[in-house]
Design a protein around this ligand. Sequence first.
Ligand SMILES: O=c1ccn([C@H]2C[C@H](O)[C@@H](COP(=O)(O)OP(=O)(O)OP(=O)(O)O)O2)c(=O)[nH]1
Ligand SMILES: [Mg+2]
Length: 157
Amino acid sequence: MLNDVAIAIRPLAHHDPALGLPAYATAGAAGADLRASFAPESRAAGLTLAPGARALVPTGLSMAVPEGFEAQIRPRSGLALRHGLTVANAPGTIDSDYRGEVKALLVNLGDAPVLIAHGDRVAQMVIAPVVRATFAAADLDRTRRGEGGFGSTGVSG
Ligand SMILES: O=c1ccn([C@H]2C[C@H](O)[C@@H](COP(=O)(O)OP(=O)(O)OP(=O)(O)O)O2)c(=O)[nH]1
Ligand SMILES: [Mg+2]
């Protein structure tokens, strides 16, 4: 396991230092939890997502993911199970050349409003290696599958 990837993180002006930096909840966690960090004037109210609504939730953090890696912003299963709260673009992609604020694009797929409070762990971030390709126009080799897809091999048996 690659576990020595150092990532520089720059807390932004509206980041609440009390929230700390992304952290792994257990020794074997794949994802580091991300907390909602609202500007001081919005901290008391938080953000309420109506059913079907989505919002960019600020983390107050910018970071420099090393070249050759990405950060994936993924849902937390507990929030998805309890509230239908998930990441609309899961997995969100943080490019290694992005220096803006990391935000979680959350959507409420449940049937009740969901309150996102300041400091809540709203998503998790997985660091993953990236393979870059070169793309070239060419004729394609023949395969047994050919153009079959989207259920062409059936469901059972
Ligand atoms: O969940 C996300 C997804 C993206 N980003 C930031 C970091 C990422 O590097 C940048 C661009 O993301 P993406 O490539 O997914 O969006 P796009 O719609 O293709 O925008 P762009 O044209 O800026 O690449 O936005 C986030 O903060 N959170
Ligand atoms: Mg893009």
